[in-house]
Design a protein around this ligand. Structure first.
Ligand code: PMP
Length: 413
């Protein structure tokens, strides 16, 4: 049973208007897009705001305070993800930024899977990376990765930790073992994994890890790339500007090493402080309770959908066992946009509809039209799953009770 939130989130009791004119409690089933901020995070942001200033900019009081907030966030994040001594923690805008930064410094070829979010696909496609087509099972997919790395060396293997479409997780330790056998490093897109599971670079053999604050219970603005220093210090500065250099003349620039090499410009101190506070809250969670909370919610939804023959829940692998709280589904003969609009307008339920920035994966799953995705997190309860099942059931029985029209790409009632 997950009958109460594991941690309170901002907007947990938010009332939203329905098209019928009544108000209902907002049912947030869209954690995978952006998770709501934890209440402790919002309180922390209010404390940080009065004294924020650009970091590493002299002896001004606010700048010193901000620098200390910013640099201690690096330590908090590095500790949480089990960074090795000397690993760099670089603050970026989000996972997309982190993976593009990684792509800009990789000294060789990259191998990636066809199940990735576009953020962990397009940077590698652009660089002529080699794709491994996933098989029906994870086991066979690992064999294919092994064969590809044996066939031709690669500098990097990059995989998602948890699929943003199906929530399925990949066996990272095994992937690291395969990669390292061929002298290849492992990068993990943890945008969907870190908000749901403990991740540990040392224990899991991960060389680079990317994630976003806004999916991990902090508001928008900050992302992270953590990983081995040598490539990061040898590669070109990701952004060119103030803070990334030790000396500049028009003829010659000396670039810093360390995180600041890639963090030119005034960084998002408030975003980073929020992210670090969220990480501290995740660090306090009992791991078993955390996993059980979400597994229970996910199972409750899937069991409810099993009672509705028109609803199809999608999965990539027939042997996956440990998915996070992300469930994608389609309903036979039903336009996903119409159903998502109905859920929102008549029930105050927020799900995601679309192709989830994972077009190759949707094709691989045989989904040709947009799909729907429900996702859970720390603020979710059984009631959220139950309301979605009830609403989809009502939709299938009676359909929308209001008339929705598609006007310029938006549904109007
Ligand atoms: N990877 C995965 C698995 C994701 O789910 C997302 C966000 N949907 C991203 C990368 C990109 O994250 P961001 O938009 O925060 O850069």
């Amino acid at each position: 049973m997950s009958d109460c939130p594991l941690l309170p989130v901002v907007g947990g009791d938010l009332l939203v208007p329905t098209v019928m004119g009544s108000e209902v409690r907002y049912t947030n089933l869209d954690y995978a897009a952006s998770a709501p901020a934890l209440e402790v995070v919002a309180e922390h942001v209010v404390r940080v705001l009065p004294l924020y200033a650009s970091v590493h900019r002299g002896a001004g009081y606010a700048s010193q305070v901000s620098t200390s907030v910013y640099e201690s966030a690096r330590v908090i994040v590095g500790d949480f993800v089990g960074a090795r001594p000397g690993d760099e923690v670089i603050f970026t805008r989000n996972t997309t930024d982190s993976l593009n930064l990684l792509a800009s410094i990789v000294p060789g070829e990259t191998v990636f899977l066809d199940i990735e979010h576009h953020a962990n696909l397009l940077p590698w496609v652009e660089k002529g990376g080699r794709v491994v087509v996933s098989a029906d099972t994870i086991e066979q997919t690992l064999l294919r990765v092994d064969e590809e790395l044996a066939r031709r060396p690669a500098a990097l293997l990059t995989v998602t930790g948890a699929s943003n479409v199906t929530g399925e997780t990949l066996p990272l330790r095994q992937l690291a073992n395969i990669a390292h056998r061929y002298g290849t490093r492992l990068a993990v897109d943890a945008a969907q994994l870190l908000p749901h599971r403990r991740v540990n670079l040392q224990l899991q053999g991960i060389d680079y890890l990317a994630f976003s604050g806004h999916k991990a219970y902090a508001p928008f603005g900050a992302g992270v790339l953590v990983g081995r220093t040598d490539w990061l210090d040898a590669g070109p500065a990701y952004l060119r500007g103030g803070g990334a250099v030790t000396s500049v003349s028009v003829e010659k620039t000396e670039w810093r090493t360390g995180p600041s090499r890639h963090e030119a410009g005034s960084p998002n101190v408030v975003g980073v402080a929020a992210l670090a506070r969220a990480i501290q809250a995740l660090d306090q969670l009992d791991e078993t309770e955390w996993t059980a909370h979400e597994a229970g919610l996910r199972q409750r939804l899937v069991d409810g959908f099993d009672q509705l023959p028109e609803v199809r829940v999608h999965r990539i692998f027939s042997d996956s066992t440990d998915p996070v709280g992300v469930v994608s589904f389609t309903v036979d003969g039903v336009d996903s946009r119409l159903l998502a609009t109905y859920l929102s307008a008549e029930w105050g339920i927020g799900v995601r509809d679309g192709k989830f920035c994972a077009h190759p994966l949707l094709r691989r799953l045989g989904i040709t039209e947009p799909a729907l995705r429900a996702s859970f997190g720390l603020g979710s309860t059984d009631l959220d799953a139950d309301r979605l099942i009830e609403a989809v059931t009502a939709f299938l029985r009676v359909g929308p009770t209001w008339n929705y029209d598609l006007v310029d790409g938006h549904w109007e009632v």
